[in-house]
Design a protein around this ligand. Structure first.
Ligand code: UGA
Length: 432
């Protein structure tokens, strides 16, 4: 099938590449000419495991093309995906101006029936607005259908999530686009849930908010574990084996971050408010998340007493493992809070150091260290802020010897408290 994807950000690039991988012909459109050029010459603008190889393979096979021209994408496609950003306004509501602009651009270029699919995360009822806009701006007055098809991919596991989805949600206003959408997704062999457009849009916000709620729930439980001497990992294990609950997204941490959960929670609270429902439950999820960060920083403060003139090593800058994304990263927030208290930092991340430099500029107080095993050198304490697998293989003997005091604050529960005690560390983790 012939598709185009307007917006070659995270979602657009991974989605387009995976559609090409299963045999569709995909044109990725982006208004950033430099990005288009980079992609045309085999480079990729983000780090995502497995993606670069797939982009190169499918570009070479002629199934994956890049252009800065929306009209070219529309003219050569039967299905056009919208995958542009939906950033938050300062009050938490969603800025839909990119979506509206793309809808107008698509409308202006349409000369035959098209299926226009919204993949960006949008408030319920956006599909209706997109349809209205296309109708208004399409001079040729050709027929079209608008479809809502939210994405559920996780950064760091995006290719895997796209190639083997748990489900595909397709929201439609008529039966006409259903067969094409099913055919498009047939190679992925996943259950396809057909709904109305409003429900499909709600499924996305409801799913992300529920996952964030699950994390805040276990983080609140972790606070009680700390107050009672229980172990949150054992609690999560015991809860998670109940099939109705499930173990995933019950990893206590210093809080969730990234470009999705914080933004989608605020958006959902706002959407609810706009339609007349007070979603206090989600406000509490946000409060617990902020509190979890406060409690972690307080733990560091209480232990070290004064942070001014102390040097702390920080392992991790990305908002989670397997990505170079530092947007709304709890790891970066920890760094910023420690700097504010007067600490000096030695920081390391396997992939996110370049991107982190924009939000945490290198200085006398922020030293970027290439080798994770050299981070602890001369430090008064070490902080684990991102759950990279390779941090589990940290040379702990070397770290301990290089530190003025062997104190480790583990915001991701990567190490075993008993082993850390045996190695001579003062070890403080989450909910244990
Ligand atoms: C999330 C959803 O998981 C995807 O399904 C969705 O498609 C995506 O948002 C989106 O809307 O685009 P993502 O933000 O990439 O994906 O990352 P997650 O793996 O969900 O993690 C989010 C945050 O929660 C991270 O900071 C992570 O460290 C934290 N987390 C996750 C925990 O603290 N504990 C857990 O048990 C799981």
């Amino acid at each position: 099938m012939k598709l185009s994807i307007v917006g070659t950000g995270y979602v657009g690039l991974v989605t387009g590449t995976c559609f090409a991988e299963v045999g569709h012909r995909v044109i990725c459109v982006d208004n950033d000419a430099a990005k288009v050029k980079l992609l045309q010459t085999g480079g990729i603008p983000i780090y995502e495991p497995g993606l670069e190889e797939l982009v190169q393979k499918n570009t070479a096979a002629g199934r994956l093309l890049f252009t800065a021209n929306t009209a070219e994408g529309v003219a050569n496609s039967d299905v056009i995906f919208i995958a542009v950003p939906t950033p938050p306004h300062p009050d938490g509501s969603v800025d839909l101006s990119y979506i509206e602009k793309v809808a107008r651009d698509i409308a202006a270029a349409m000369t035959s029936y098209k299926i226009v699919v919204d993949k960006s995360t949008v408030p319920v009822k956006t599909g209706e607005k997109v349809a209205e806009t296309i109708k208004r701006y399409c001079k040729t007055k050709v027929e079209f259908d608008v479809v809502s098809n939210p994405e559920f991919l996780r950064e760091g596991f995006a290719v895997e999530d796209l190639m083997k989805p748990d489900r595909v949600v397709v929201g439609v206003a008529s039966q006409r686009p259903v067969a094409t959408m099913k055919q498009l997704y047939a190679p992925f062999e996943a259950p396809v849930v057909i709904t109305d457009i409003n429900s499909a849009e709600l499924i996305k916000h409801a799913s992300n908010s529920f996952l964030a709620l699950k994390i805040s729930y276990i983080n609140a439980v972790s606070a009680i574990c700390e107050l009672t001497g229980a172990n949150v990992i054992e609690v999560a294990q015991g809860m998670g084996l109940d099939a109705r609950i499930g173990r995933r997204f019950l990893d206590a941490s210093l809080g969730f971050g990234g470009s999705c959960f914080p933004k989608d929670l605020s958006a959902f609270v706002k959407i609810a408010e706009q339609v007349g429902y007070n979603f206090g439950l989600l406000r509490e999820v946000q409060r617990i998340n902020a509190d979890q960060m406060d409690r972690f920083v307080k733990k560091i403060n209480d232990t070290l007493w004064v942070l001014k003139d102390k040097t702390l090593g920080v392992l991790g800058l990305a908002f989670k493992q397997n990505t170079d994304d530092v947007r709304m990263s709890p790891a970066v927030e920890v760094c910023q809070r420690l700097l504010k208290e007067g600490a000096r930092l030695r920081v390391h991340d396997p992939k996110a150091m370049d991107k982190a430099k924009a939000v945490l500029p290198p200085s006398d107080n922020v030293v970027y260290v290439d080798d994770m095993n050299a981070v602890a050198e001369g430090c008064d304490a070490l902080v684990v802020a991102t759950e990279w697998e390779e941090f589990k293989r940290l040379d702990l003997q070397r770290a301990r010897q290089g530190m003025t005091h062997p104190i480790l604050f583990d915001g991701r529960n990567l190490f075993d408290p008993a082993e850390m005690a045996e190695l001579g560390f003062i070890y403080k983790s989450i909910g244990r």
